[in-house]
Design a protein around this ligand. Structure first.
Ligand SMILES: [Zn+2]
Length: 96
């Protein structure tokens, strides 16, 4: 589970899941802001995945309804699997 970069408290799964939708992740224990490691930020990965699923549809002629269903299942799993792997930093790091 993610550990606060300020107070070193380990967050619960529920707290990590809730914070995974925000860019600035406020620690529930000390109230300080944490930032996710840009290299593993989920948003970009999720967008790239959707593009990959669109390519599946175009390249392999898979019905769009299948692609959408697979994409929804994949993104839902991704959202729920990701929280334990979030790494927190005390400051926002550049994207490069
Ligand atoms: Zn904290």
């Amino acid at each position: 589970m993610p550990i606060c970069s300020h107070c070193k408290h380990e967050w619960t799964y529920k707290q990590a899941l809730k914070s995974s939708f925000r860019i600035t992740k406020k620690c529930p224990y000390c109230g300080e802001n944490n930032y996710e490691d840009n290299k593993q930020q989920g948003g970009l990965f999720a967008i790239l995945s959707v593009v990959a699923f669109m390519l599946l549809n175009i390249l392999f002629d898979i019905p769009l309804s299948w692609v959408i269903t697979i994409a929804i299942i994949y993104l839902t799993a991704f959202i729920f699997i990701r929280p334990p792997f979030i790494k927190l930093h005390s400051e926002q790091r550049p994207y490069w």
